[in-house]
Design a protein around this ligand. Structure first.
Ligand code: UDP
Length: 318
């Protein structure tokens, strides 16, 4: 099989590349290295089944060619990370919407199956826990820039489902919850690599707010298994799936776990939201997926426990 991955030099893309190469497939990646890095695919460069293109996915002829070549496309490229979204809203909206339009239009020419990566952010301020795929999406005001990310990804989902309904294009939407593991950069503000870096450097570990907000962290290897699984299952076409862990941990608790795993003496400090984020930013207190749907379709559930995830990330940063 030939797979095409947009954003293949990113954190999740590079793990997906590795899994597909290990399974004997041929992999083509496209990445503009805006948040991805050449370092992420260096280990695969010598593999004759690996091909990389450093270019924007807004280059339509190239995307058409790669989608045509491949049996399956994973569209992972997107503007991600809270910092980037708040600082570059035009880039975020345009990249996320236009990129998906281009990939879906290309795939529709020859009915090539496409995975569209979405995010738990689309649930926004919903308070119906755990989040279910059929639940309401609750967004904030358009004057608050952070919601542009959730809305741009919701448009991507509408587009993917519309292509399935109207053009019979085999599309699958995956809403990824907090995904972590080796190669995730601390540069874009993600909490676990940030804490690991701080703990290992002996710097204060910065917990935003009071640290009672919680998240469920899924190891990228488990996530990648779900991505591959849904695209191998034709019953998944035209469906939306939550992909994540259901084990909740408070951010204050996570800081302690990371400090212990790193054998660090770092102080854990609380940083008020007003200092941590641009004005008007609202943090989510909880984010918990229901994974009943994907479990029902594939029997998928995460296998890697939080303790092991923390150890793995600390070891990879060290
Ligand atoms: N967070 C934190 N310290 C940091 C970075 C993040 O306390 O240095 C908090 C953040 O406020 C949020 C949680 O960790 O409550 C997860 O943040 P991240 O950006 O990793 O993911 P998301 O908010 O998108 O779930």
């Amino acid at each position: 099989m030939k797979a095409f991955i947009t954003g293949g030099a990113g954190f999740i893309g590079s793990h997906l590349t590795e899994a597909l190469l290990d399974a004997g497939h041929e992999v083509f990646i496209l990445d503009d290295l805006s948040t991805g890095s050449a370092e992420n695919f260096r280990p695969f460069k010598a593999n004759p089944r690996f091909h990389h293109h450093i270019a924007s996915f807004l280059e339509v002829p190239l995307v058409n060619e790669l989608v045509d070549t491949a049996d399956v496309t994973y569209h992972l490229a997107a503007a991600v990370g809270v910092k980037l979204i708040v600082e570059s809203p035009v880039h975020t909206i345009e990249t996320n919407v236009r990129g998906t339009e281009i990939v879906l239009a290309a795939a529709a020419k020859k009915q090539r199956p496409v995975f569209i990566a979405s995010t738990s952010e689309v649930y926004g301020k919903s308070a119906e826990f755990p989040f279910r795929e059929e639940g309401d999406l609750v967004m904030g005001a358009t004057s608050k820039g952070r919601w542009s990310y959730a809305c741009s990804k919701a448009i991507d989902e509408f587009l993917a489902l519309a292509y399935f309904k109207e053009r019979k294009l085999p599309t699958v939407v995956g809403r990824l919850f907090n995904t972590v593991g080796p190669r995730q950069s601390a540069r874009y503000g993600m909490v676990l690599p940030s804490f690991a870096r701080q703990a290992l450097a002996g710097e204060p570990i910065t917990v935003y707010g009071d640290g009672t907000q919680s998240r469920c962290f899924c190891h990228v290897k488990d996530t990648v298994r779900a991505l591959v699984g849904v695209m191998q299952n034709s019953r998944a076409y035209g469906e939306v799936f939550n992909i994540g862990s259901t084990r909740e941990v408070s951010i204050g608790g996570l800081a302690e776990m990371v400090r212990d795993a790193a054998g660090s003496k770092s102080e854990i400090v609380r940083v008020p939201y007003a200092e941590a984020y641009a004005e008007g930013f609202e943090d989510m207190m909880r984010r918990v997926p229901s994974i009943e749907k994907i479990r029902g379709h594939l029997g998928w559930e995460p296998k890697i426990a939080l303790e092991e995830i923390v150890r793995d990330v600390v070891a990879s940063v060290a």
